[in-house]
Design a protein around this ligand. Structure first.
Ligand SMILES: CC(=O)SCCNC(=O)CCNC(=O)[C@H](O)C(C)(C)COP(=O)(O)OP(=O)(O)OC[C@H]1O[C@@H](n2cnc3c(N)ncnc32)[C@H](O)[C@@H]1OP(=O)(O)O
Ligand SMILES: O=C([O-])CC(=O)C(=O)O
Length: 370
């Protein structure tokens, strides 16, 4: 039997959701280039596209947007869980437990996508409640007249965001909606393949996304830029980090062997927007880390991934650093659930094998004789 560590280069399903060309650095959702979607589309439209497989008509989109907006409020029990834990717990743990509670509360026999819409609508309410509770600010109720991204920033800051800022969040979220068979999507599928429920799958997805090799890298990448402090320190920092066997966070990818197109899109956005002094300083450090990182690692196909610049984008929009993976999760729920839905159409229990390398036939020794 062949051992494929990390299931590298193993396909576990056919999909019509997302295609990645890792050599050329291209990404397509339902056949549409991510560059076009980031330029011309918006979060709700791409969510519809991923879930239903086609771009909506105007009427379908309006209906979809209001259905999503209606579901933004969270129960008193979840609100009180967030209040009790926001100041001390890791935000991904708060989110994971909140989604688990949503599962307890949802008594409907609704369809998987309807349930996933509810989760998607509620996560920004949870994230902004975490940040505001920690800052001893009042939690702000969602405003159904605003778009998903406008409302997200409104609940975070308590005032309606500029068009530029809500557009930046919208693009950031769109880029995170799906990414084929990444580790967290795989975790969702393992759970779903036992015919468990969608809440349990999403809880597994959040758990897998939390780690620093996956969605947790966005916080780590920004922490790295903060630690570096100034452009002059970049070269020494990168060389020290790599020579001591540590990884450059936000660099490297299982599939991309060239620049992740999502990193390019976020970088382009950040370079055009007028930035406060601190964001400008961190952006200058990041571009220098990118340049030196590519000089050293590029020949091995190790380039910046989405997490390299996304943290800077979320920081610019005013999110706390440790909330970044929760923002990633807020968008990825759509990809996770779409893949679960697709997989269940032709379900097969996921149960790979392990190659046994231990001894056999050992003699059992009673406890007092050991
Ligand atoms: C949304 C996302 O999940 S994108 C990924 C976010 N994660 C990160 O940014 C964390 C840093 N990156 C990494 O750890 C890796 O690139 C991963 C885990 C993302 C993908 O790695 P894999 O495909 O499993 O490759 P693997 O971990 O085996 O690394 C292959 C080689 O490249 C090196 N390498 C990979 N990434 C990096 C990096 N960021 N910095 C330095 N070296 C790296 C490894 O040290 C290894 O070297 P070796 O062959 O000499 O031992
Ligand atoms: O595809 C992967 O392995 C990781 C990734 O970039 C994502 O999940 O967005």
């Amino acid at each position: 039997m062949e051992l494929r560590k990390g299931l590298e280069d193993i396909a576990i399903k056919e999909t019509s959701i997302t295609f990645i060309d890792g050599e050329l650095g291209r990404l397509y959702y339902r056949g549409y280039s991510i560059f076009d979607l980031a330029s011309f589309s918006n979060f709700e439209e791409v969510a519809y596209l991923i879930w239903y497989g086609k771009l909506p008509t105007r009427h379908e989109l309006d209906d979809f947007k209001s259905r999503l907006a209606e579901e933004r409020s969270i129960s008193d029990e979840i609100a009180s869980l967030v209040k009790r834990t926001a100041k001390t717990a890791n935000p991904m743990d708060v989110l994971r437990t909140s989604v688990s509670m949503m599962g307890l509360e949802d008594k409907d026999d609704g369809e998987l996508i309807t349930k996933s819409m509810k989760i998607t609508a509620k996560i920004p309410t949870i994230i902004s409640s975490i940040q505001r509770t920690r800052a001893n600010l009042d939690v702000i109720e969602p405003d159904p007249s605003l778009s998903h991204s406008e409302n997200f920033l409104y609940m975070l800051h308590g005032s309606k965001p500029s068009r530029e800022r809500s557009r930046m969040l919208d693009v950031g979220l769109m880029l995170h909606i799906d990414h084929e068979m990444n580790a967290s999507t795989m975790a969702c599928l393992v759970v779903a393949s036992t015919l468990s429920d969608i809440y349990s799958s999403i809880v597994a997805g959040i758990s897998a996304l939390k780690g620093p090799l996956h969605g947790g890298a966005n916080s780590e990448a920004l922490r790295q830029f903060m630690e570096i402090g100034s452009q002059e320190n970049v070269e020494k920092y990168v060389l020290n980090r790599l020579s001591s066997g540590q990884r450059l966070m936000g660099f490297g990818h299982r599939i991309y062997k060239s620049l992740d197109p999502r990193a390019k899109i976020i970088k382009d956005y950040l370079s055009k927007v007028s930035k406060d002094e601190e964001t400008q300083r961190l952006f200058d450090i990041a571009t220098k880390v990118e340049e030196i990182g590519i000089r050293i690692l590029g020949k091995r196909g190790i380039y910046p991934n989405v997490d390299f610049y996304s943290g800077l984008l979320f920081h610019f929009l005013g999110f706390d650093l440790d909330l970044f993976p929760t923002i990633f999760a807020s968008a990825r729920v759509i990809g996770w659930s779409a893949h679960v839905d697709e997989y269940l159409k032709d379900n097969k229990l996921i149960r790979p094998k392990a190659i046994y390398v231990g001894d056999l036939g050992k003699k059992y020794v009673p406890i007092d004789e050991r």
